[in-house]
Design a protein around this ligand. Structure first.
Ligand code: FAD
Length: 368
């Protein structure tokens, strides 16, 4: 039997799978869709939380630890798969933030380098920012390529992918998940990891349908839609990320620029609107008037897994000994994925975690 079954093959599920293959475990990844085609694909790939000074410390801890693991991962993926995830130190120009002084102090206290913004970059702007902040050592990754590389890497390590297979429920026997009910039939399970992103609140309810508790109280993970556009800019025109009031432009190596994003609703709706497309293009044209002739190639949306506290749930279930979870990474799932995966595997395998696990626990008082 598979040692570990992970439901949800987004960045989080795949990173957990990678940790387990390092241990020589037999791993099955199940996804209702194709692997890596939901939020993890839709995201921008910026490896730095927006407004870090306002983020819970528990999120920033995962971020900083993940960043120490990224270089080795990228090198390993490239060597094994020859797919380049385009891990780039783009730098981040922040044109406006809620409190520049606070952010600047936060950077100093956390060892995030700031310096004078490059004049060439400032000269391209269609506005004159009052107190721009330049963070030269901020990275990005081209997330669709990272996911493709990870999937190929895991396939080479004999991970079984069951795509287009939806978890619909579980059969429980003596405080253990005994079988998974899926659209591909009943599956045996040794240990189940729930890594189903924005669907985790709903899936948690599917797992425990007969117990009455308020919606999402057990695991309050809910969808938060973000819409994005991509334009094809001239190659080499922009090589730094620009952020203003929560909206950003992320330049890729080939000249494409990702512009995002919105923070919308709490429903499972991925529709896109002309209004948002116009707002995002206006934002881009205002900041970089040279791009006025560039056309929008594509618009899409993704569902971020939001939580009320802003902190993901990572840990082992207190009642069901072979159930654990890793979900609710909201806007930071790519940047915190490596440490989140390692933390969960440390906990399941009863190794001492390098990160204090308590902030990520499911609240016991919410158990039914
Ligand atoms: C527009 C946008 C921009 C973003 N930008 C960034 C950024 O720049 N940097 C950053 O760090 N983060 C960013 N994020 C956030 C990041 O993308 C998410 O936090 C992260 O992708 C969450 O990963 P996940 O694996 O938990 O979720 P997902 O990638 O959504 O994966 C969950 C998977 O579970 C599957 N699933 C759900 N239910 C079931 C079921 N019942 N049975 C089987 N499979 C199921 C889904 O099909 C899906 O593939 C952004 C997100 C969006 C939407």
């Amino acid at each position: 039997m598979t040692d570990i079954t992970i439901v949800g093959a987004g960045i989080i599920g795949m990173m957990v799978a990678r940790e387990y293959t390092d241990l020589g475990a037999s791993v099955t990844l199940i996804d209702k869709n194709l692997a890596g085609h939901e939020a993890s694909w839709a995201g921008g790939g910026m490896l730095f939380p927006i407004n870090p000074e306002q983020q819970p410390e528990a999120v920033m801890r995962l971020f900083f630890e993940s960043m120490t693991f990224f270089p080795k991962l990228i090198q390993q993926l490239y060597e094994v798969t020859e797919i380049d995830p385009e891990w780039l130190m783009s730098g981040l120009l922040i044109l406006q933030s809620d409190d520049v002084q606070l952010l600047s102090t936060w950077c100093q206290q956390n060892g995030v380098i700031t310096s004078q913004p490059p004049t060439e970059l400032l000269s391209k702007l269609g506005c004159q920012p009052k107190e721009p902040l330049w963070l030269p050592e901020i990275y990005q990754v081209r997330n669709p390529r990272l996911l493709r590389a990870l999937k190929y890497f895991l396939t080479l390590r004999n991970v079984t992918f069951m795509e287009n297979c939806t978890l619909t429920g579980v059969k429980v026997k003596r405080q253990r998940i005994d079988k998974l009910e899926t659209t591909s039939g009943l599956l045996p399970v040794n240990h189940l990891v729930l890594a189903t992103g924005a669907w985790s609140g709903d899936n948690y309810q599917k797992i425990f349908p007969d117990k009455a508790y308020p919606r999402y109280m057990g695991m309050d993970v809910f969808p938060v839609k973000g819409q994005m556009i991509v334009v094809k800019g001239p190659q080499g025109y922009l090589d730094s990320i620009i952020l203003q009031d929560g909206q950003y432009m992320i330049p890729r190596k080939d000249g494409r620029i990702i512009v995002g994003s919105t923070v919308e609703s709490m429903v499972f709706d991925k529709s896109i609107t002309t209004e948002v497309r116009e707002n995002l293009t206006d934002f881009m044209y205002r900041l970089l008037p040279d791009l006025k002739k560039c056309v929008v190639e594509h618009q899409w949306s993704g569902l971020r897994p939001g939580t009320i506290s802003g902190i993901p749930f990572i840990g082992c279930h207190q009642e069901y000994e072979n159930l654990s979870f890793n979900c609710g990474h909201f806007r930071n799932g790519l940047s915190t994925s490596l440490a989140s995966a390692k933390l969960l595997v440390d906990l399941i395998e009863k190794r001492s975690p390098t990160v204090d696990p308590s902030p990520y626990e499911l609240n016991k008082s919410n158990f039914h």
